[in-house]
Structure formats: C-alpha cells, structure tokens
Design a binder for this molecule. Structure first.
Ligand code: PLP
Length: 486
C-alpha cells in the first residue's frame, strides 16, 4: 500500500482514527486510486505494530465514511466514488460569502455580551455542596434511570403529567398562583418559556414594554422574535405603566419581574399591579410575569402573591424556573398559561423542541412528591440569609463609604450603587475579574443611558471565607484604581 502512515501514540487521537486518516490522505494525494486494493489487515497490523482489531476498526471507519469498500473474496479496495474533499480555498471563500440570517449580528453579540458568569465568587447563580440539592436528588435520578428508561418515549410537548401536577401544587402554595395542572407547560428553563411566550403572543413589529433596567437576555430574545421593545424606566414602585404607554400607546404586552425587580430588587407596589391588571383586561394586552427567584425571601419578609393570583385568569402568563432553587444546569422551568392558550403553547414547544427531557422532569416530580423540595428550600433560605447578612456586613466594612446597598430582602443578589456616578462600573467589573471575582456592572442592565452605576453581587453559593476574600479584592480594586472618585 502506498500510504505513509505515522502513528503518534499520545496525541489524544485514537490509533484507528490515525490509520484511517493516513489512508484518506493517501487517497487525496493520489497515491491510492479508485479500485486499488488495500493491504490485508494482518499485514498492516504487523507493519505498524498495532493489534489487528485496531486496523479492523480503521477499515470500518473508512467503510462508513465511504472511502473504501469490501467484498467477499476481494478484500478491501478504494471506492470508485469516494467523497471529494473540498479544496481549502473554495471552502473558506464559500463560508465567508454564503448569506446567513439577518439576525447574525444579534446572535454574535449574544455570545460576546450575554454569556453566563464564571463559577467563582461572587457569581449570582451557581451551585454548591451545602446549598444545592446534591445527594438526595442524585439518588432519585439514579433510581429513575434504572427503573424507567424504557418508558422514555415521545410524549406530550407540555411535559410529564406528574411534574405538571407538582408544579401546580407548589406554585399555588408558595406563590398564590391559581391554576390547574392542565395549564402548566414545562419548558427548558425560563429562557425557553419566555421566548416561547414572545413568539406565541405577539407578531413581529409589535411593541412590548420592558423594564429598564431589566433582564438583558430577554431584551435580545425580544429582538430575535422581531418585536419592538419599549424600554420603560423603573422607579421605587416598579414599572410605571403611564410612562410606558406614553411612549407606546398601542403596546401589546408588558414583561415584568414584579416580585423582585431584576436587578434593582424592589417589589412592584399594589397600586401599580392593579394598574397593569386593569390595563390588560381593558385593552386585551398581555402581562408576562417572570417570577424567577421569589421563593427565596429573608427576614420573615413575605412577598406579595403572584400577579397571576390577583388576575381574573386570562391576562397573565406566569413564568417559573427551577434554575435557582435546584440547579441552572437542569434546564427546567414552566409556564402557567390561561386554559385557552395551552394548545397554542404546546404546539409551539412541539415545533421548536418537540418535548422536554423526561428523565429530569420525572426526577424533579419525584423530588417534590417525596416532600424534599420544601425542606430544601427552607434550608437554602436559612443559608442564603446568613450569607446575605455577612456579605452586607463585610462590604460595608470594606468599601461602604463608596456607595449604598439596595435590593429587596430576597433572591440571590444585592446591588451596590456608587455614590460617585463617574466611576466606570464596567471597568470595575473587568478589574475585579482579573482579581478572580465575578460581579455584574449595573449599567449592563440598562438600555438607555444608565442613571445608576454600581455592582450586582451574588452571595448564595459561597462560604464566608470566599465572600470575605472576594469582598476585600473588590475593595482593593476600588482603592487602587478609583481613589480619585472616592
Ligand atoms: C430575570 C430572570 N429571569 C429568569 C432567570 C432564569 O433563567 P433560566 O430559568 O432560563 O435559567 C434569570 C436568571 O438569571 C433571571 O435573572
């Protein structure tokens, strides 16, 4: 055989792949032509000093990729119509000139601007051995995997009935949501649920009010869906509907985080809630209620029940997630939609994604049904409250004179607003990251010129010594780079 194959035993590529690639190269270089016989397996194995099974596996790869054929009594020979490798010049020219979606710059900027934080202090969402449902959840997952893999088939796009039932129970008990299990549509985290809601309820070009500051990931999803987002300023009572409608009298919907404004943390006042519910029933507008972390509340503080629970049942899409209380990597969230929209949302899920991952759905249903969810939540609240208090105490000690803390007594983050608004909070974030500390700069949540600059700090998943060390590094960054603005 006229192939010069050199094997490297520790380059991370399997030997069968290296042999197959050597033969492909010989074909591409014209050293082996269509119809040429390959050496018998035993002979190549001896020549290269490898096991026959390795050469066997290499030949199997070449057969499956169409480069060689085998025939009884004839051995193996180069295919007469093997795949042609495109010439390098052509392929890169084509890739550059081929048109892609007009949304490509939005998609690229998502990857540069909206990637999740690193899993280091003080990231907002993470997991940790003491605050995440480790062993118990893993045991359920193992049991389910052993028992029921054969039952995992194509199923209803709205989710497993047993999970819908449990979601309905916890949402009514913990958040005052009024629903029946048939109104639940399980999604891959709230990101899919929110994007599905924008697609199902609105038409490209529709104006929808969004909070400013607000949840940046969703702002980009709105643009992806072709909507015209209208960024409405937040004040201490939450989103002001009148201001929003002055900019967009024909708005078709409103997205809200009424229980814990993202990121500033206030609860939307009762007066503002009544205004939006009244607007929705008068005009036919939709309310999207993102209730992303209000199960986590501290200091005996009770959030208002969900907006959905205050509504007649026709105006609000309630969006929940297991990312905060269980794990973000589960990718499990849910929508609670008016009965008449269930078919619409189920059809949308079917077209986008067919259905969710049944294994995780079954495991979470079991975790809740066994009564483990609420004790876990209580444990989490206790740990998070202690850590939140500790973070506030050490931050005040370390750099308290640089600004003020705000945010409601719930969730997983606090907001520190700089007294001196000339401080470039993006630069602070970057310098903190160089010191191994994650923060989010407050300006990144604003669409319009940010009236407030500061840092958003997570506290839940890191122990006291990690918090202390991260906070002193933030203090160091401020003192060494911004002392002129102190
Ligand atoms: C406002 C808001 N909504 C929802 C989520 C949860 O997203 P998901 O359920 O897709 O993980 C987050 C996570 O950070 C958030 O900040």
């Amino acid at each position: 055989m006229r192939a010069d194959i050199k094997l490297e035993r520790d380059n991370g590529i399997s030997l069968d792949r290296q042999i197959a690639d050597g033969i492909i190269k010989a074909i591409d270089d014209g050293l082996l032509r269509p119809g040429d016989h390959l050496m018998p397996i035993r002979q190549i194995a001896n020549t290269l000093g490898v096991a026959r099974a390795t050469v066997d596996a290499a030949y199997a790869l070449l057969v499956s990729e169409g480069y060689i054929q085998t025939a009884r009594g004839k051995g193996s020979f180069v295919s007469t119509d093997f795949p042609q490798a495109p010439s390098e010049a052509n392929s890169s020219e084509n890739t550059q000139s081929k048109p892609v979606s007009e949304k490509s710059s939005l998609l690229r900027s998502a990857m540069s601007e909206l990637l999740p934080q690193k899993n280091i202090p003080l990231a907002i969402v993470s997991t940790s051995a003491d605050a995440s449902p480790g062993k118990e959840f893993a045991a359920i997952l193992q049991r389910i995997t052993r028992k029921s893999l054969l039952d995992m088939v194509y199923s209803h796009p709205a989710g497993l009935p047993e999970l819908k039932l449990e979601i309905c129970k916890i949402a009514s008990r913990l958040r005052g949501v009024r629903c029946s299990p048939s109104q639940v549509v399980v999604t891959s985290g709230s990101q899919l649920g929110l994007t599905m809601t924008l697609l199902a309820l609105f038409t490209p070009g529709d104006k929808v009010l969004f909070e400013d500051p607000g949840y940046p990931l969703l702002h980009s999803s709105a643009r992806l869906c072709g909507l015209d987002p209208v960024f409405t300023p937040i004040d201490k009572e939450g989103l002001n509907l009148k201001t929003g409608l002055a900019m967009a009298p024909d708005a078709k919907g409103i997205y809200l985080t009424p229980s814990h404004q993202c990121p500033l943390g206030m609860m939307m006042s009762m007066r503002r809630r009544s205004e939006v519910l009244d607007w929705a029933s008068r005009t036919g507008g939709w309310i999207i209620e993102d209730d992303y972390d209000s199960e986590l509340r501290y200091g005996g503080n009770l959030p208002y029940p969900s907006l959905q629970g205050m509504d007649s049942g026709e105006n609000v899409i309630y969006v929940g997630t297991f990312s905060k209380v269980l794990f973000p990597g589960l990718r499990l969230g849910y929508l609670i939609v008016p009965e008449r929209l269930v078919e619409l949302f189920s059809g949308l899920r079917l077209l986008i994604d067919r259905q969710g991952q049944e294994l995780y759905q079954a495991a979470v249903a079991q975790y809740i049904r066994e009564g483990q969810y609420e004790p876990h939540l209580r444990r989490m609240r206790q740990i998070f409250e202690e850590r939140r208090n500790y973070l506030l105490e050490v931050c005040r000690r370390e750099f308290g004179d640089w600004g003020v803390f705000s945010s409601g007594e719930q969730g997983m983050h606090v907001v520190f607003t700089f007294k001196n608004q000339n401080i470039d909070d993006h630069a602070v974030q970057r310098l903190c990251l160089e010191q191994g500390v994650e923060t989010r700069h407050l300006s990144s949540f604003y669409h319009e010129q940010p009236p407030l600059k500061g840092l958003v700090l997570g506290f839940g998943f890191f122990n006291e010594s990690q918090i202390l060390s991260a906070v002193s590094r933030i203090g160091f960054v401020l003192r060494h780079n911004f002392s002129a603005w102190a």
